[in-house]
Design a protein around this ligand. Structure first.
Ligand code: FAD
Ligand code: NAI
Length: 468
């Protein structure tokens, strides 16, 4: 065999798997249909969205908060073309970083569309139509996901768009309807609302952010409504979208019955989830099975029903997150090299990079009860922190859920400044099955946002937070 491992797809799942496999001495190839490596995450996902979130947050602060800090600006304005160009440069540098890592680790990169010929051979069809064959002992499917865009929404990539196109709008729109109050809807909705776009979010559920903590979701909704002027239509569904050259017409209906209404906007952003991408991959040629949602079916070791073919990341079950894909990629590489790796899928943190940030790990209160635990909950508000007052980031709270009998921490949910980073302390202690008291007895530096974590742990231990 030419290769020990052939990876199809160079997103965070695929390229990380390739690096780890190569580190462990496996001769590795990677196939990517796009001209740049890095997949959704680096090209049209995590990295570009965070670049625009950071830029728009700077603008929002300069416009609304600098005055209070004693910094006066005049002639403040958005240069959207520059904002997009900086975002493109960030993407470009990050993708080039992956090129470098492939070379450094002596991984052979094939640019072209991969499809199974048989269980050891993948055909690579290049842009010019020529074909090449990659033969490998093991094959890893890491082909990721694509946005869901149902036919009645008339996705036209012009005025009716998904996140992919939204990341390249180079003139601040006057108005935008976002379908879906999930992660993409709220992150990209925040970007445009901060820049001055009138944003309407239409969400089918009675709360934002899917299964994430309801108090965090409520607080984020309150903040986005009050500070960014976003209008939320919860318990509403979009039934039809029509795009013209310069506008989108969005027909909305109350979920539980009522009169339909139409919102006219410059853009309609469809953000209602993503589907596992296996189009034209030739799974039928090897008999790899998929589930009822089109995801590649795997066992606990990421192995498909064909013994030398594995799958990871967005194309399989579980949360669609870059770090989950990475962990699974490392898992497969280490297993193929004869190691006994481990992933704790229960402790994959989730982060929403709005302002305030939202983060979570482990069970919500409802999930813990459903799993049979009797729980206790400790909360601490950011507004009681000296550090939060100093930086004027007073919104939010930390919530820690612990087992009433053993004190073991079962879940943590946060909204507030730096919640994206603060969650890691909870991941660490939960990985070691620590208790609320363990966490509360660790010395936390003052003044920092981490003190909210300690105080919430004290509150969960026996209701003895110090600063409330
Ligand atoms: P992907 O990153 O989708 O990569 C799959 C790759 O396979 C693609 O490059 C594709 O071109 C290639 N491919 C597919 N089929 C073939 C084929 N037949 N032949 C050759 N190549 C093929 N996650 C986070 O954790 N944090 C975030 O902040 C975050 N932000 C996001 C923001 C947005 C706007 C979006 C859309 C997603 C975001 N995500 C985020 C989710 C994250 O991008 C995905 O979970 C992650 O990219 C999945 O990695 P993957 O390797 O499974 O697949
Ligand atoms: P999502 O699953 O987070 O949210 C979709 C929302 O749309 C849900 O709340 C759903 O109830 C709603 N919805 C579905 N159909 C609807 C309809 N017809 N009308 C109104 N509302 C409707 O999906 P999203 O935001 O598209 O993100 C896709 C994936 O990308 C997520 O699974 C997420 O994991 C990942 N992602 C992660 C990010 C992060 O980690 N920060 C950032 C962006 C995306």
């Amino acid at each position: 065999m030419a290769y020990d491992l052939c990876v199809i797809g160079s997103g965070p799942g695929g390229y990380v798997a390739a690096i780890r496999a190569s580190q462990l001495g496996l001769k590795t190839a990677i196939i990517e249909k796009y001209s740049t490596l890095g997949g959704t995450c680096l090209n049209v996902g995590c990295i570009p969205s965070k670049a625009l979130l950071d830029s728009s947050e700077h603008y929002h602060n300069a416009k609304h908060n600098f005055n209070t800090h004693g910094i006066e600006l005049s002639n403040l304005k958005v240069n959207m073309k520059q904002m997009i160009q900086r975002k493109n440069e960030v993407v470009d540098q990050t993708c080039k970083g992956v090129d470098f890592l492939m070379k450094k680790n002596k991984i052979d990169v094939f640019h072209g569309f991969g499809s199974f010929v048989d269980k050891h051979n993948v055909k690579v069809t290049k842009e010019d139509g020529s074909e090449e064959n990659v033969e490998a002992k093991n094959i890893l499917i890491a082909t990721g996901s694509k946005p869901i865009a149902p036919a009645p929404f008339n996705y036209d990539k012009n005025r009716v768009i998904t996140s992919t196109e939204a990341l390249n709008i180079d003139k601040v729109p006057k108005s935008m309807v976002v379908i879906g109050g999930g992660v993409i809807g709220l992150e990209l909705g925040s970007v445009f609302a901060r820049l001055g776009t009138k944003v309407d979010v239409v969400e089918f559920n009675d709360k934002l952010l899917g299964s994430m903590d309801k108090d965090c979701a409520k607080e984020l909704q309150r903040y986005m409504k009050k500070k960014l002027g976003v209008t939320f239509h919860l318990k509403h569904k979009v039934v039809d979208v029509k795009g013209s050259k310069t506008k989108a017409k969005v027909s909305v209906e109350p979920r539980d019955g009522g009169d339909q209404f139409v919102i006219d906007a410059d853009y309609c952003l469809i953000a209602i989830g993503r589907y596992a991408y296996t189009d034209k991959l030739g799974l039928e040629n090897v008999g790899v099975q998929t589930d009822d949602r089109g995801r590649v079916e795997i066992d606990d070791h990421m192995r498909t029903n064909v013994d030398n073919i594995f799958a990871i990341g967005d194309v399989v079950k579980g949360v669609m997150l870059a770090h989950k894909a990475e962990e699974e990629g490392v898992f497969v590489a280490e297993m193929l090299a004869g190691q006994k790796p481990h992933i704790n899928h229960h402790l994959i943190p989730g982060v929403v990079y709005t302002w305030p940030e939202v983060s979570a790990v482990g069970y919500t209160e409802a999930e813990a009860k459903e799993a049979g635990y009797e729980i206790k909950v400790g909360k601490f508000p950011f507004k009681a922190l000296g550090r939060a007052r100093a930086s004027m980031d007073l919104e939010g709270m930390v919530k820690i859920i612990a087992d009433k009998h053993t004190d073991e921490i079962l879940g943590a949910h946060m909204i507030g400044a730096r919640a994206a980073d603060l969650i890691m302390e909870l991941c660490t202690i939960m990985e070691y099955r620590g208790t609320a008291e363990d966490l509360s007895r660790i010395c936390h530096p003052h003044p920092t946002f981490t003190e909210a974590v300690k105080e919430a742990a004290l509150a969960a231990t026996d209701n003895r937070a110090l600063h409330v």
